[in-house]
Each structure stands twice: as C-alpha cells, then as structure tokens.
Design a protein around this ligand. Sequence first.
Ligand code: NAG
Ligand code: NAG
Ligand code: NAG
Ligand code: NAG
Ligand code: NAG
Length: 637
Amino acid sequence: MCGICCVVALSGQSTVYDHFNEDLHCLLRRRGPDSSQQLIKTVCEPSYECLFSGHVLHLRGQMTPQPLEDVNNNVFLWNGEVFNGVHVGDSENDTEVMFHHLGLCSSEADILSLFSSLRGPWSFIYYQASGHSLWFGRDYFGRRSLLWQFSNVNDNVFCLSSVSVNSESCNQCQEVPASGIFKMDLKDCATTQSLSLTLFPWKYNCTEKTEEEIFIDVLGQISKDLPNHITVRMNESKMCLSAPVTPLNRTISEASVEHASTDSSDSSCTVSIQTLEGYLAEERKKILVHQFIDVLDEAVRKRVLLLFRGEDQGTREVEGVCPRKARVAVLFSGGVDSMVIAALADRHVPLEEPIDLLNVAFMTKEPTKRTGATKSCVSQEMQLNLHHGQENHKDLNAEIGDDLSRFDVPDRITGRAGLKELEALNPSRTWNFVEINVTLKELKEMRQQFIHNLIYPLDTVLDDSIGCAIWFASRGQGFINKKGEMKPYKSPAKVVLTGIGADEQLAGYSRHRVCFKKCGPEGLNKELEMELGRISSRNLGRDDRIIGDHGKEARFPFMDEDVVSFLNSLPISEKADLTLPRGIGEKLILRLGAKELGLTAASILPKRAVQFGSRIAKLESNNEKAYHTCSRLKLLQ
Ligand SMILES: *[C@@H]1O[C@H](CO)[C@@H](O)[C@H](O)[C@H]1NC(C)=O
Ligand SMILES: *[C@@H]1O[C@H](CO)[C@@H](O)[C@H](O)[C@H]1NC(C)=O
Ligand SMILES: *[C@@H]1O[C@H](CO)[C@@H](O)[C@H](O)[C@H]1NC(C)=O
Ligand SMILES: *[C@@H]1O[C@H](CO)[C@@H](O)[C@H](O)[C@H]1NC(C)=O
Ligand SMILES: *[C@@H]1O[C@H](CO)[C@@H](O)[C@H](O)[C@H]1NC(C)=O
C-alpha cells in the first residue's frame, strides 16, 4: 500500500505548493512509511507545473522509492499489487515492471490493453512527457483509493491523492469514479485555460449494450457530480478497457420462482447443520461448492504469499528460538466470511508463522444483555450455546461491578467460538486472537485525530461506524492470551485480509431479504448487480484509506477477479436461497463451503454487520439513521 499524490497547476497564479500542505503530507506518509519523495515538473511551453509525491510501504521485492522517472521524463506513481496478467518475476518489482510496460506503449490502445490485462487492486498516476498527458485511474472495483479535487474556475489547479484532509476551507474532494481510466491533455488544458478529461470506460467482453450507450450512462453519472467548468468526454473512436470479470448471470430457475411465492421463512425454524448436509448430499451441488472453495483458496493464496518473508531482524537472542512474527492478519468477527478466510489462509501461511485474528469490541454503556441478539429463531440453539458460558460469568461480573464484561459484545463471543473451531482445525498453528477493546474516550480521540480524515469524502453515520470499527480492528493493538494470561500485543502483520464482498455478492444483508420478498429473484439480481457496481465508491476506497493509515495493506479475497467471475457465472439460486431462514439462506454457497472445510458452528451464524457486532453503533448514536450525515465527522478542526 502506498500513498500517492499529484497536483497540477495550469496557470501562473497558483503554485502546486499552495495545494500540498503539511497535513496532507503526514496523511500520505502514514500509508507509506518506508520512503517518501517529491518530484516537480515545470514545463514552459505549454505552461504548467506538476508535483508528484510518492510514499511507499515496502511489501515485496526490492524497495522501490516513488515517484519513478525514466530517461524520457515520464513519471509514475503506483499504489497496487499485480497478482496476475502482467508477468512479475520473483526478484522484480511490480512498480518497475508496470512503468517499463507503460514506457513501451506507443498509443492509447496500448495503454488500454495493458490495464485491461491486469489482475489485482490498483490506482495509478502516469505522466507521459512526450504527449503532455496525465493518465490516472482505479481498478474495476476501486480496491485502492484515489480522490480528485478541482479548483475554482479561475485557479485551474487539479489534485489527485490517495487520501485528503477533511477541512471546510478547501473544495470538496470526491472519489475518482472507478468507471475507467482518465487522461488529461495538459497541453490542451494549458492552452484553453480549462480542465477537461477523456474517459476510457470499462466494458464487458460480451454485452448487449453498445459503446454509445455505455458512454452515455457513464458520462452522465460522472458529469453530474463535477463542477460545471470541468468537461469529461470520450475518445472519438470510442475506445474501452475490457472488464476483468464476466457479467452477472441473471438466469432464474423455475424452482426459485415457486419458492419465492410460498414464503417459508417464518415456518421452518429448525434449520441446523443437517440442512447443509442435505444440500451437500447432492453431487452436483457438492461439486459446485468445491469449485467455489478452490477459486477462493487461490485468491487467498496469492494474497498471503505475495509478500516479503525474510529473517526477522534482531530477535534471535533470548530463549533460544524466538517465535516468528505474524505477517498476515484477518479482520475477525467469527462470522462465516472471516472464518473461511482464516481457514484458507491457514493452508498457505507457513506453519511456524502465527496468524493474527483481529477482533474489535466497543465498550457498551451497560453490561451486555442477552436480549436482542437472538431475534431470529434461526440457529437459536447455536447462539444459546455460544452465549451460555458467558451469561453466568456476566451476571457475576455485573454484581461485582466489573467493567470488563462490557466488552463482551456479540462479535467477541462469536469470535471466541470461532477461535476454538480454528484451533481444532489446526492445533499446530499459533492463532493470536487479538482482543481489541475500545472505550468511548479513545474512540473520540482517534476519530478527531485521524479517522475523520480517512472517511472523508464519505460522511454518513454508517461510514463513521464502519470506518471507526475497521480502523481500530486493523490497527491490531490489543491483548492476547499467553498461557492463560492476557498480555498486551500489537499485530506486526502488514497484510490485513477482509471478508468484504461476500455479503454484496451472496445476498448477505437483511435488505436483500426485503428486496427478495418484494421483487422476487429478478429484483434481487438487480439489487446485487447495483451493489457490486457501487462497491468502489461505497466501501472499498474508504476501507483502503482506513487500513492503509496503519502502514498496512488491505487485501480482499472475495473481490478477486476470478472469485467474482465465478460467482457472477452462477444463477442466484446457487448462491443464496432466501426462502430459507436467516443463518442459512443468505450466503448459502459459502456456508456449504465452510461446512466442507470443517467449520460447523460458524457455518450457520446469521449475518451481523460490524457496526452492530462490535456495538459501536450503540455507543454514541441515539436515533440516527445509517444514511444520515454524521455530525461527529464535522466540527472537528
Ligand atoms: C515493489 O516495491 C514497492 C516498494 O518497495 C513495494 O511496495 C512493492 O510491494 C514491490 N512489489 C513487488 C512485486 O516486488
Ligand atoms: C482518440 O483515439 C484516436 C486513436 O488512438 C487518437 O488518434 C485520438 O487523438 C484520440 N482522441 C482524443 C480526443 O483523445
Ligand atoms: C475479454 O477478452 C479479452 C480479449 O479477448 C481477454 O484477454 C480477456 O481475458 C477477456 N476477459 C474476460 C473477463 O473474460
Ligand atoms: C477486553 O474485553 C474482554 C471482554 O470481552 C475482557 O475479558 C478483557 O479482560 C478485556 N481486556 C482488557 C485489557 O481490558
Ligand atoms: C447461467 O446459468 C445457467 C444455469 O446454471 C447456465 O446454464 C448458463 O450457462 C449460465 N450462463 C453463463 C453466461 O454463465
């Protein structure tokens, strides 16, 4: 993960430094603590000035400081990981490989075909000196953050950055739309003293839509969010990038139509592990589930192996052999998404290396009560089992007025149960279950100091809750149980795996049930397609900014191109069955996979979003709605 930034000034009045301040520099450095450099290009004819700022987190290969510049004066900033599509040798660095390939491109078509072939998350900024062109963009899902900011009409300054400072004094930043890659012709812009962009949008390999229709859709979307003086156009020859995934299969099976009308979700309360076994008894289903596990397994493998694993420095003194340190951490609630990811990571991470399971809990106002957590009758038995041991313990604590039980939020309880399952699955692995307890005071301080800048430009109550929860979880600072004693611990892992994308693709949210009831499988298909389409602007950019702030890299196995293509190729009926109750019906294929991996309890837990599971949503909010603008993110400076 790196922090990248470029400021372009097109007129003499304003210099690039007016728009590159110390606060921004600090934020970028937190993302890339291992090397920071600046480079300025001043061109007189046509007249413009560009500042490039690159901050590198060293993860694999040789440390490669950025920005890179070649003999032709081209400049490159890269915040990405090439997992496939372009060959990167073991000793090579993807930043250099990409720059080299770009240098060989002799036309726009060449550049488009290079980015079309890439697999992995990325955002980039590329200055092509000979044509005075500035290229930039984000991958198809927007897995890496990039923001843009346009100045007022007369100023003609344009800024791109991985993160930005949330202050009222400057023009609103926005996420660069992940709808394609952009090119800015600096010569044109300098001559006309105006800002205009050319967009090369993504296009599915096979689609009913013509290029014309795609352009109208996409350009309309982008233009409506931009200031009036900025124009976005397409290339006359309608050139596109080819999307790295196959489109969603909207086939509706006859059976599922019948099911939808005979709603059974209230009647069948007896869902259990046997229900899953019933499905797996069907040979065809079993094969499908194994195909899914295989493609997800490969996505996890790439994400845990492609990172530097040298000797730990200077830790070989005391006690003979020091235990190795963790390089991979999982954002861990004990729910089925994080359990499957942890179990698959276990297959590939060297056995002597611990895996950190990051589990966050916000202190509740009152000791947690049993009510509320078990609203649905589904797998109630399971939940009661999970809660049982804790209840007595809690009552006892409440009596002696012990605050600690206030961290026993739902995710902590399922997390501990999940840990037991993983320990049973692989007893020789060191699983570090990191208990991250956050008090209201600390939440307020860290939000004010860091988190509000990272959530920006997003601003809802939901963004605040999720953003804060993920920030504390991914910081990895808490306590682990060492031989029965709780010891302070800070996760050293630079790679953080998250389960985001599972709910969006496999109908995991309760709104999907509402939608299914109202509009049937067709409606659900539409909803899922829409949600995957906006995941870049709603989730992934934000999560990348939040996790990157700790000098760690977020990796999203469920958003791997091959995983998405596989899931997109299946009709909805194979992925979820919302006629079944909560805890089984949603994310059905993943639950079946979990069962096949030997994870039983986790496979039938109902979804609990992080803001509820960690109880952050209960901490400060009164009766606000998730989509309201969050007042706590304002008035901070
Ligand atoms: C390339 O180098 C940068 C900076 O050292 C590092 O972040 C990145 O992980 C490296 N990539 C590869 C493939 O070596
Ligand atoms: C559109 O693409 C063609 C072919 O590469 C190129 O010659 C032309 O300059 C491009 N137009 C714009 C506006 O970028
Ligand atoms: C789309 O087609 C191109 C060229 O034929 C190919 O390289 C690419 O892999 C295809 N993409 C997908 C997602 O199938
Ligand atoms: C964190 O919370 C748990 C309850 O989930 C408690 O058992 C533990 O002692 C707490 N740790 C610290 C350091 O407060
Ligand atoms: C969509 O799913 C149906 C039913 O499984 C299958 O027959 C068809 O080949 C799939 N289409 C694509 C494009 O994958």
